[in-house]
Design a protein around this ligand. Sequence first.
Ligand code: ZN
Ligand code: ZN
Length: 427
Amino acid sequence: MSASKPPPPTSAAVLSRLPEVRTWQEDFYRNLHAHPELSHHEVATAGAVAQSLRADGFEVHEGIGGTGVVGLLRNGDGPTVLARADMDALPVQELTELPYASEVVVKGASGDEVPVMHACGHDVHVTCLLGAARLLSAARDQWAGTLVALFQPAEETGDGARGMVDGGLTTVVPRIDVAMAQHVLALPAGDVATRVGPVLAAADSLRITVFGRGSHGSMPHASVDPVVLAAMIVVRLQTVVSRETRPGEPVVVTVGSLRAGTKSNVIADRAVIELNVRTFSEASRAATLAAITRIVNAECDASGSPRPATFELFDQFGLTDNDEAVTSRVAAAFDAHFGPRAHAIEAQSASEDFSDLAHAYGAPYTYWGIGGTDPDLFDRALRAGRVASDVPVNHSGYFAPVIQPTLDTGTEALVVAALAWLAQPLV
Ligand code: ZN
Ligand code: ZN
């Protein structure tokens, strides 16, 4: 038996340079937080990303699907790992009093002024992936394979990932073995949380137009009243979850908007219903959308509607369904690196378009959460039973993760997860 100590794990060797990267990352983060850009307008962000990747020796492809950036680091034979960060901010007024708070206001589509904030923490994602890219580039002797650092526009509008696929992503990167992404959440900073299986809901919005026959309010017999028709549909839709869905299966059907008519004595000729649907399996998604379609068409028949209803799907997000083998491998690497700071997470009712990237390759993927909340604040809120009210969540004007240990944790998580493939042959 050799008396010499075993070599440290590869991730420890790669992360030993983190102190050299940390100050640069913190400065980059503060600057990015102060200069957020809305979905599809991530021009300066994409430019800074490309510049950083080039400085680290990546082959850089810009303008994929608009402002998307892909950095490729080919480092010998081995697996190809894609790690993704989203870059866009939200039309939210920043309410923090941080010295690097955003004061950005842009002109909206209708000429009004729109405040902009990184209220979902995508600035954390960008900074962590750039840091991980820098660390892995500096320690190329420690691993083999190809690292794909992908920076995506327009996650918030649900079309950024698809835009990159349509914009030629698979030509630039023909194949990948595994895809991964992370999101900063209202968990204690320093925590890393993941789960096998569905982790984020699928979301679909539907705009349904039903048709009646307009008439004078005094002559209902000459009409097909779309207000009554729409009302019957809204009531009947309540049975999709309560009567058609297995108890315990999480499904949400919300009618968020219902519009018809202009005046009390005019019977309109149409009504527009807007729905939002959240599901956690492709089967329940398909069943729920089919039930909605069936009910709308049947109610139109029942009313004697003169034209078939029209259905328009929009703001669609696929299910984020963590691959079992990939997620178990990453979770084991997290356990080894983070110890008790790594734990399980419940499925979240929020939605993401990251899975569109993995699906374009037919590649397995995994998605995890990192904490961004000051651990002391989180503890106090937990002890007082006030987490829901006292801990700012994503999309709030108060959502600004503490810089550390959030950035370190997100950077370490990406390095550790990527090395679960790159530090050893693909099995
Ligand atoms: Zn968001
Ligand atoms: Zn987000």
